[in-house]
Write a protein that binds this ligand. Structure first.
Ligand code: NAP
Ligand code: MG
Length: 400
């Protein structure tokens, strides 16, 4: 059988621990036998990041800008314990943070739905994609613990020295104050990423803030989205039969619970943090989530939503059997291959991505799955497979 040809390489970002083990198995069992795989390889494993003073992460982000599509394995974000464990020169930054900053992206996450692993919300027939703005608000705040009586003011000093000043509160006793910000540029990038992703995936877009209460701050988000929609996307949305719809965050939450799914829910930073955990846990498992970083210039980076599954890796090192779910990592590859196929006009590559996803879901639906899913499935008499055998079961399904 001839292997499927590729034109442009994918940027391949290898990672750490258990996901690094899965990465190799997926390539060997599910990709290399079928595709003449072209990648530009970057080793983001912590050892090599340390060796290159993290230059490899920066290089991989630059390569992503050049080629347009990347696939990333989960990586360790170092903390004090990792400094010792890996004898690090420095506590290197989170690779995801570095890549996000370089690509100015928005993160889209959607549950992978499969029969037998049912969402707690019964009417969610299709996945809900969360789009989270990943800059500013309470994540870049400045806070003061007010010691006692006094006046709190909000002051902005213009570049020419002029001041805008307003009173926050006249305190008659102790309390707290907080300053937060965002920029029009970042909000506009977020809006473009959401509109483009909605058109790309042919889904409606919902956006919600609390503009009735936050009449300047949240209202600014609403206005920027509306202005960009009206002037740059409205015609395309209408031609595609799609809807852009703005509402209040509390109304959105109520509607989401009653909805059938199949849309994108754009959230401000904090709302997105909270709501993506709600949607993912309602759907079963972080290992059953897709995650893609999309930049406003149309660059895509696909990854799994979970970490390196450290606990399983230590078992693996001791020679014990693991049953680690590789679905999110497989879907990171299929997402990237499909996008590469679309951009390069390679229908065979796109079709292969579809087939591999189907084979993966079919394996689970036939009752063969990893332990995390066996614990939550509504199916009876399931077979729990180890990490390797689950991937092998997908291979035999794919060959069928
Ligand atoms: P984690 O890797 O997401 O795992 C947490 C727990 O969730 C696991 O111990 C396991 O539960 C379960 N789990 C997650 N993924 C699973 C999978 N594919 N199959 C089966 N079970 C799965 O988080 P962590 O252990 O807290 O973090 C480990 C490292 O990952 C950290 O160094 C962190 O910096 C890094 N991290 C990276 C990313 C990223 O690169 N995108 C994201 C988050 C964290 P049981 O142990 O109960 O089986
Ligand atoms: Mg969170």
């Amino acid at each position: 059988m001839a292997k499927i040809e590729m034109k442009t390489p994918l940027v391949e970002m290898d990672g750490d621990e258990m996901t690094r083990i899965l990465w190799k198995m997926i390539k060997e069992e599910l990709l290399l036998p079928f595709i003449d795989l072209k990648t530009e390889y970057y080793d983001l494993g912590l050892e090599y990041r340390n060796e290159t003073n993290d230059q490899v992460t920066i290089d991989s982000a630059e390569a992503t800008k050049k080629y347009g599509v990347a696939v990333k394995c989960a990586t360790i974000t170092p903390n004090a314990a990792r400094m010792k464990e890996y004898d690090l020169k420095e506590m290197w930054k989170s690779p995801n943070g570095t890549i996000r900053a370089a690509l100015d992206g928005t993160v889209f996450r959607a549950p992978i739905q499969v029969k037998g692993i049912d969402p707690c919300v019964k009417n969610w027939e299709k996945p809900i994609t969360l789009a989270r703005h990943a800059y500013g608000d309470v994540y870049k705040n400045t806070e003061i613990k007010v010691p006692g009586a006094g006046k709190a003011e909000l002051v902005f000093t213009r570049a020419d020295g002029q001041e805008i000043r307003t009173t926050i509160h006249e305190f008659d006793g102790p309390g707290i104050i907080q300053g937060i910000h965002n920029t029009d540029k970042s909000i506009a990038s977020f809006a473009h990423a959401c509109f483009k992703y909605a058109l790309d995936t042919k889904q409606d877009l919902w956006f919600a803030t609390k503009d009735t209460i936050s009449k300047i701050y949240d209202h600014n988000f609403k206005d920027i989205f509306q202005e960009i929609y009206d002037t740059q996307y409205k015609e395309q949305f209408e031609a595609a039969g799609l809807e852009y719809f703005y509402t209040l965050i509390d109304d959105a939450v109520a509607r989401v619970m009653k909805a059938k799914g199949g849309f994108i829910w754009a959230c401000k930073n904090y709302d997105g943090d909270v709501m993506s955990d709600m949607v993912s846990s309602a759907c079963g498992s972080l290992a059953m989530m897709t995650s893609v970083l999309v930049s406003p210039s149309g660059v895509y980076e696909y990854e799994a939503a979970h970490g390196t599954v450290q606990r399983h890796y230590y078992k693996h090192l001791k020679g014990e059997e693991t049953s680690t779910n590789s679905v999110a990592t497989i879907f990171a590859w299929t997402g990237a291959l499909r996008k590469r196929g679309e951009l390069d006009g390679l229908p065979e590559l796109t079709a292969f991505a579809d087939k591999l996803e189907k084979a993966t879901l079919h394996t689970i639906e036939s009752g063969r799955m990893t332990k995390d899913l066996a614990l939550i499935t509504s199916m009876k008499d399931v077979t729990v497979l180890n990490s390797q055998d689950f991937i092998k079961a997908i291979r035999s399904e794919l060959e069928k």
